[in-house]
Design a protein around this ligand. Structure first.
Ligand code: ATP
Length: 276
């Protein structure tokens, strides 16, 4: 077993594609009957067809879904280093600043790709990125997200209790409507997590306090070791209160790339520590 989420267990398995053996990860639904109504299965298959078209080095590849009988299973690319949040925590003594910059760029490319294909992720957070051979890949989008939302809904009386408050844009707390720009806000929280070795955002603050403060414009301080250009992206392009004042993922990816592309020398990184 690789891990467990609301939807169910995630297992390592072997998938045969055109005579070739492929190691894959399979998410197995815990078996909530309500998930498998006929309409639901049609929706699941429709979404699965869309997701199979997504192919990008920073997006976890989705092979397909088994809906013939319970339990529903989602088959996806296997990531050998697991979830980014636990990786950052466990490897904090070996992950360098250069690695963190590279993980941030990988993540921005994956999210940009989803946005270019019209997919709003709605749960951008380090736990929803996986590491494979030191490449960061976005996961838990589309079908996977819809099914885990459903699982939460049936499991918990109060759906609010499971909302990822610490990652939510202020307008989503009010309107419950997600947009590309609310993903951009959450991407800023992801940058904070990366430069804080996978720590949980708003340390020491309760959820109710986070909700009230973020709605009235409060933001976390940038991590000490975050390079200036990355903190500028986080604060000025991801975290403005008004969604229209935020950048889009293409602008954010391109700002990161222009600084990082072949320019991350030890000297460069050191000079990037300087605060503005
Ligand atoms: P939720 O079900 O609410 O979305 P979650 O995102 O924590 O919760 P899952 O996406 O079900 O849960 O994943 C649970 C764990 O399984 C992850 O934290 C990760 O360690 C492991 N995992 C998930 N997908 C893969 C994969 N493709 N390759 C390797 N490990 C995976």
């Amino acid at each position: 077993m690789l891990g467990e989420g609301a939807f169910g267990g995630v297992y390592r398995a072997t998938f045969y594609v055109k005579g070739e053996r492929k190691p894959v990860a399979v998410k197995v639904n815990k078996g909530n009957e309500k998930i498998s109504t006929r309409n639901m299965i049609e929706d699941v298959c429709k979404e699965a067809r869309i997701m199979r078209q997504y192919q990008h080095p920073n997006v976890v590849y989705f092979y397909g879904v088994c809906v013939e009988k319970e339990p529903i299973m989602l088959v996806m690319e296997l990531a050998n280093q697991g979830a980014l949040d636990s990786f950052l925590k466990n490897e904090k003594n070996s992950v360098t600043l250069r690695d963190k910059l590279k993980y941030s760029l990988d993540a921005s490319k994956g999210l940009e790709y989803l946005h270019q294909h019209g997919c709003i992720h709605r749960d951008v957070a380090a736990r929803n990125f996986l590491m494979h051979k030191s490449v960061v890949k976005i996961t838990d989008f589309g079908l996977s997200k819809q099914l885990s939302d459903l699982a939460h809904k049936y499991k918990l009386k109060d759906i609010q209790a499971k909302l990822p408050i610490r990652w939510l844009a202020p307008e989503v707390m009010v309107t419950a409507t997600y947009t590309f720009k609310s993903d951009v806000y959450s991407f800023g929280i992801l940058l904070w997590e990366i430069f804080m070795d996978g720590a949980s955002p708003y340390p020491g603050m309760k959820l109710a306090e986070v909700r009230v403060k973020v709605k009235s414009g409060y933001r976390m301080d940038a991590p000490d070791r975050m390079p200036t250009f990355a903190r500028n992206i986080m604060i000025n392009q991801c975290w403005p209160q008004a969604p229209e004042d935020r950048g889009n993922m293409t602008e954010i990816r391109s700002s990161m790339e222009s600084v990082l592309d072949g320019k991350v020398t030890a000297m460069g990184v050191r000079s990037m520590y300087m605060k503005t």
